[in-house]
Design a protein around this ligand. Structure first.
Ligand code: PLP
Ligand code: ZN
Length: 356
């Protein structure tokens, strides 16, 4: 049994509600204790659906999937320090957002949705459009008009209708919320089913490390869909005594747009890290609570540091987009302990970003 609950008034809703937020305006969380079946894993295909009992989709017939996930966890040396990179840029749509999209679109299929809308800085829109195509659901994607051309082309190729909105990312969010009065809002920020897909990052890292948690996770963070997902996943593992500690969650933001920093002045400026240029993240308080609870931190990087990190990764053969390189840039100046096991997800493919 699982249900939705409002973060503000605590009212509960059945998981088949078509509302995207509580009647009081509050964000939904999904109350669901995913079960990890360690004994069953050896015989299952290498996809994120191998954690079937931990994913809140009741009926297999509703699953919209490309057999995605179980991306490689690969050791590299960065600035003289060891780092494990989780190669989520290798997902079908080229970013980790597919983790959330496969679960969210499966839920939309379960609800019988025929037409959905979504807003994004590009990658979530591409993921939602890909899975909507897979599921045969019409979709409209709203993006800021400054979004990288490769992401726009990708969204349109999947057959989604594209709306380019002038102004900041928040203007795009406002535009889609008008459309959400008519159609299902497949929001990766508001719909908690998305987080119950991104949480599989934690399960995979744990399994690939021989059923151990790393010490530290370094995550590019805007709306926090990967950070919150990682927290949910590792919390599931801790609750079932499958790990003995939660990894420290380190959120990485652009110095030009860092609303999670305590002394943030509130005036965002342009950054090459377009995926995390979120000036007013709806789940900021939730993210800060999780960062605090894991003994984590918020780090910022300048665009020049990001460019340098992106180039370093490319010279080692990893082609990632600037938003993804922020985590590498942060790790370069992170004071890692000698035996600290740190993981950085490579969140988006380099082919998505033109030169800027
Ligand atoms: C490549 C990439 N990495 C990281 C993120 C951060 O995700 P979130 O905004 O959910 O924190 C995004 C978001 O679009 C992204 O595109
Ligand atoms: Zn409420």
């Amino acid at each position: 049994m699982f249900f939705l609950t409002c973060q503000i008034c605590k009212k509960t809703y059945a998981p088949n509600t078509l509302q995207w937020c509580c009647s009081c305006g509050g964000l939904f969380d999904l109350v669901f204790e995913g079960e990890l079946r360690v004994d069953a894993l050896a015989d299952r295909p290498p996809t994120l659906w191998r954690y079937r009992e931990a994913i809140p989709i009741a009926d297999d017939a509703h699953i919209a999937s490309f057999d995605e996930g179980f991306t490689p966890l690969t050791p590299v040396t960065i600035a003289g320090k060891s780092l494990l990179v989780k190669q989520d840029h290798l997902f079908p749509s080229g970013s980790y957002k597919d983790r959330g999209a496969t679960v969210l679109i499966s839920q939309a299929k379960a609800l019988g949705v025929q037409h959905m809308v979504e807003d994004s800085s590009g990658n979530a829109g591409a993921a939602i459009a890909a899975y909507a195509a897979r599921a045969g659901i019409a979709c409209d994607i709203y993006v800021p008009d400054s979004t990288s051309p490769a992401k726009l082309a990708q969204i349109q190729s999947y057959g989604a209708r594209l709306y380019k909105i002038p102004g900041a990312r928040e203007d795009t969010a406002r535009a889609v919320q008008g459309a959400a009065r008519k159609h299902f809002y497949a929001s990766h920020v508001w719909n908690p089913f998305f987080f119950h897909g991104t949480k599989t990052l934690a399960y995979e890292i744990w399994e690939q490390r021989g059923f151990n948690a790393p010490d530290t996770l370094i995550i590019p963070t805007g709306n926090g869909t990967l950070l919150i997902g990682a927290y949910i996943g590792f919390t599931d593992l801790l609750r079932q005594n499958l790990i003995d500690h939660l990894p420290k969650l380190i959120a990485v933001q652009s110095a030009n747009c860092a609303p999670l920093m305590p002394n943030w002045h509130g005036n965002p400026s342009e950054t090459i890290a377009e995926g995390i240029a979120i000036a007013e993240p709806a789940r900021a308080a939730q993210m800060l609570r999780y960062i605090d609870q894991t003994g984590g931190d918020v780090l910022t990087v300048e665009d020049d540091e990001t460019r340098h990190a992106q180039k370093q990764m490319a010279e080692m053969g990893f082609y990632i987009e600037p938003t993804s390189a922020t985590a590498i840039a942060a790790y370069m100046k992170y004071p890692a302990q000698n035996d600290e096991v740190a993981v950085a997800p490579l969140t988006g493919h380099g082919l998505k970003s033109g030169k800027k």
